[in-house]
Design a protein around this ligand. Structure first.
Ligand SMILES: NC(=O)c1ccc[n+]([C@@H]2O[C@H](COP(=O)([O-])OP(=O)(O)OC[C@H]3O[C@@H](n4cnc5c(N)ncnc54)[C@H](OP(=O)(O)O)[C@@H]3O)[C@@H](O)[C@H]2O)c1
Length: 252
């Protein structure tokens, strides 16, 4: 995710490569980042010292150590952004210091293409920082501010949601292959169709069913397929999948 954010940031031009400092303990990751023109280091403390905005993108079980290591370099003039799932703003404050502006951010993997849906909540320490963080993530897709208690739900709907949507694409492709298309063409047709459906909802603001009504003629082909999908539990299985992920995330 850290690499995806970096790639998106570089593409957006929001930050110059020379102003970006990356640290990781994997040499191959740093080598790849270095080739993109940013500064790299294996030293988290040194990297945090250079940065005005520190983005922490490690697995949840590493966040305590990383924040402990960089804490001496954090102060109220800096911004701390965490994309770590399941670690709340309050806990981040305990680890990093409650006086600094802290943002908990939940992007998805489309961030590398500047198409993320990113949810943001914060400890409310600085309005100027808030505007900056939203501007930053708006360069990487669309950003919504949400109350902290909805972060788990946001993780499921947006971060896991990418995988859910991709599984729909894969399944539709498999159907497409069975009715005559090669895999490549089935993938292109399905993906572009999903993009079109998404745009219809995003650009018109219409409820999906309103757009569905436009293509379901009485006794028609589309309604036959849709009803068969519903008889087999299409909507129900999606809802249950979302709820299962939500239950799981709340258990962790
Ligand atoms: N996947 C998503 O869609 C998504 C969306 C939103 C948020 N997130 C969150 O993003 C976070 C990162 O996920 P990821 O899948 O990108 O994790 P990842 O692949 O493990 O990347 C984290 C990187 O940080 C390195 N690292 C760990 N501890 C370090 C330390 N002390 N100092 C320097 N580098 C260190 C890791 O190295 P090692 O491999 O050696 O540990 C690894 O290269 C997670 O908390 C996840 O919950 C993910």
């Amino acid at each position: 995710m850290g690499s995806a954010i970096l790639i998106g940031l570089l593409k957006s031009g929001f930050v110059a490569p020379d102003d970006i400092y990356v640290s990781d303990r994997k040499h191959n990751v740093l080598e790849d980042m270095k080739n993109r023109g940013v500064h790299v280091s294996e030293d988290n403390l040194l990297t945090a010292e250079k940065a005005d905005v520190v983005i922490v993108a490690v697995k949840p079980y590493h966040v305590q150590q990383v924040l402990h290591d960089i804490k001496p370099m954090l102060n109220p003039g800096k911004i701390l952004i965490s994309i770590v799932a399941g670690v709340g703003v309050e806990e981040l404050g305990k680890l990093a210091g409650n006086d600094i502006p802290i943002f908990r951010v939940m992007p998805n993997t489309a961030i590398a293409l500047q198409e993320s849906l990113t949810c943001v909540s914060s400890n409310g320490n600085s309005n100027t920082s808030r505007e900056y963080v939203i501007e930053l993530f708006n360069k990487l897709g669309k950003t919504v501010e949400i109350p902290e208690e909805l972060m788990a739900a946001a993780t499921v709907l947006s971060s896991c949601g990418i995988a859910f949507a991709l599984r729909y694409i894969r399944a539709a492709m498999q159907g497409g292959i069975e009715i005559g298309f090669g895999a490549e063409m089935a993938q292109f047709i399905t993906a572009q169709t999903v993009k079109g459906a998404t745009e219809l909802v995003l650009k018109t603001g219409h409820h999906p069913e309103r757009e569905i009504d436009k293509v379901t003629t009485p006794r028609g082909i589309t309604i036959t397929g849709l009803n068969e999908m519903e008889h087999k539990g299409f909507s129900s299985s999606l809802i249950q999948g979302v709820l299962a992920s939500y239950k799981k995330i709340n258990k962790l």
